[in-house]
Every structure is written in structure tokens, then in C-alpha cells.
Design a binder for this molecule. Structure first.
Ligand code: AP5
Length: 210
């Protein structure tokens, strides 16, 4: 098993690209820290109860909480698999924790999208609560409005996708997550793709550079 880290602002397309690549390639596994946390919140586990307030305000949950979840997924992933790690690490401390887990990091790929585009991307996002498929009302609409193409569930809007919280999430991204770009550049494994070219083209470029 090895790991490809997805870097990029909220709404830059990390989940969309990783979901598409994993659906098309049997040896790619999409692991989203946000989905793990939202799953824990929905189940009302101890970790979920602790995470909920941080997530709704757009702040990062404590490092130890999310690191435990990622450690479990890394430990249970074996064989000829590349893990597309979406949303972790989110700061330098988490990057060090990931190094300590010992799984080989193949690359860190930044999906580059300017801040001005992020509000529109997130305002139009719709998510399937059951199968986690992601849509956009204009850029990636479902066949039937409000209904998931894959499983027929009613699409929902994430609680943290309101304009005020998105502003806060961008501040957190620039302060805490962006330093990872230099961190992985210094390690010689940073790649960058233009996130403005449409979902299929971003996914193809990502697969090429990763
Ligand atoms: P998380 O779920 O990780 O959210 P995020 O990083 O803010 O990223 P998003 O899921 O919002 O965006 P995305 O880049 O996946 O974009 P998407 O593909 O959906 O985290 C949520 C919260 O959990 C955090 O705020 C924090 O509280 C907590 N958390 C998570 N990980 C943590 C950690 N490691 N440490 C501490 N706390 C943590 O795309 C967005 C929209 O754009 C979609 O509608 C899509 O259809 C559309 N789109 C995508 N690509 C394109 C394209 N190329 N062209 C046009 N439209 C596109």
C-alpha cells in the first residue's frame, strides 16, 4: 500500500476527483477525513460528538481525534492499493503523525483553484448522504434534480456549506493547511494540477501526475 495525498482549498474538487478515480480504478481507494468525521457525527459516536462543534464552525477537529481514525484505516489497508488520502494531513503536526505511521507517501497533489471560485463551487454542491456521491447544481448536475444518480437518495446540503462558514474554512486553510505545500515541496513529492479545467480533465491530469 502507498499513499497519495490530496491538497487543496475547501471546494477545490478533492472529493470529486478522488471519488471518480477510485470508481474507475480498482486499486485506488478514496479515504476522506471529512466523510469519516461526518459518519461518526451521524452515528453519534464519542468521536462524532466531540467533532461536531468544530466542524459546524469550520475549525479543525483536534489532531489526535482524526489521527486515530486515519491510523485505523491505514492499518486495515494492505496489498496492491494506492490510498487517495483526502483531507488529511491538514496541518504540519498531522503531516508528522502521518510520517510516523510509516506508510510510504508516493506524492502530494495540489488541486489549484483560486479563492474567488470557491464560494460558487460550494454554494452549488449537493451530496448524497447514503453513497457519498457529490454533485454541483450547474457544473455536475444529477440526471434528476435533487436525486442521486447512483442510489436514488435525496441529495442534501452540508451544514458547513453556508457562505459565512466557508469564509472561515478558507481562513483556516490558508493559515494551517497551506504550509503543507512547502512541506511536501521540500520533500520533492509535490505535484500541482490546474483545478479549473472541468472534472474529467482534472481527474485525468491528477492520475497522470500522481
Ligand atoms: P472536508 O470534508 O475535508 O472538507 P474540505 O476540505 O473543506 O473540502 P470539501 O469537502 O469542502 O471540498 P472538496 O475539495 O472535496 O470539493 P468537492 O470535490 O466536494 O472537511 C470538513 C470538516 O471536517 C473540516 O472543516 C474540519 O472541521 C473537519 N476535518 C476534516 N479533516 C480534518 C483533519 N484532517 N483535521 C482536522 N479537522 C478535519 O467539490 C466542490 C464542488 O465543486 C462540488 O459541487 C463539485 O461537483 C464541484 N467541482 C469539483 N470539481 C470541479 C471542477 N473541476 N469543475 C467544476 N466544478 C467542480
Amino acid at each position: 500500500m502507498n499513499i497519495v495525498i490530496l491538497l487543496g482549498a475547501p471546494g477545490s474538487g478533492k472529493g470529486t476527483v478522488a471519488g471518480k478515480l477510485a470508481a474507475d480504478n480498482a486499486n485506488l481507494k478514496h479515504v476522506s477525513s471529512g466523510d469519516l468525521l461526518r459518519g461518526a457525527v451521524a452515528k453519534g459516536t464519542e468521536a462524532g460528538l466531540e467533532a461536531k462543534g468544530y466542524m459546524e464552525s469550520g475549525n479543525l477537529v483536534p489532531d489526535a481525534l482524526i489521527a486515530r481514525m486515519i491510523k485505523d484505516v491505514v492499518a486495515e489497508t494492505t496489498g496492491d492499493v494506492t490510498m487517495l488520502l483526502d483531507g488529511f494531513p491538514r496541518n504540519l503536526a498531522q503531516a508528522e503523525i502521518l510520517e510516523e505511521m510509516g506508510a510510504p507517501i508516493k506524492s502530494a497533489v495540489l488541486i489549484d483553484v483560486p479563492d474567488e471560485i470557491i464560494q460558487d463551487r460550494i454554494a452549488g454542491r449537493r451530496t448524497c448522504p447514503k453513497c457519498k456521491a457529490g454533485y454541483h447544481v450547474k457544473n455536475l448536475p444529477p440526471k434528476v434534480e435533487g436525486v442521486c444518480d447512483n442510489c436514488g437518495s435525496e441529495l442534501t446540503i452540508r451544514k458547513d456549506d453556508n457562505p459565512e462558514t466557508v469564509k472561515d474554512r478558507l481562513v483556516v486553510y490558508h493559515r494551517q493547511t497551506e504550509p503543507l505545500i512547502e512541506f511536501y515541496k521540500a520533500k520533492g513529492c509535490l505535484k500541482t494540477v490546474d483545478g479549473m479545467t472541468g472534472v474529467d480533465s482534472v481527474a485525468a491530469e491528477f492520475l497522470k501526475v500522481m
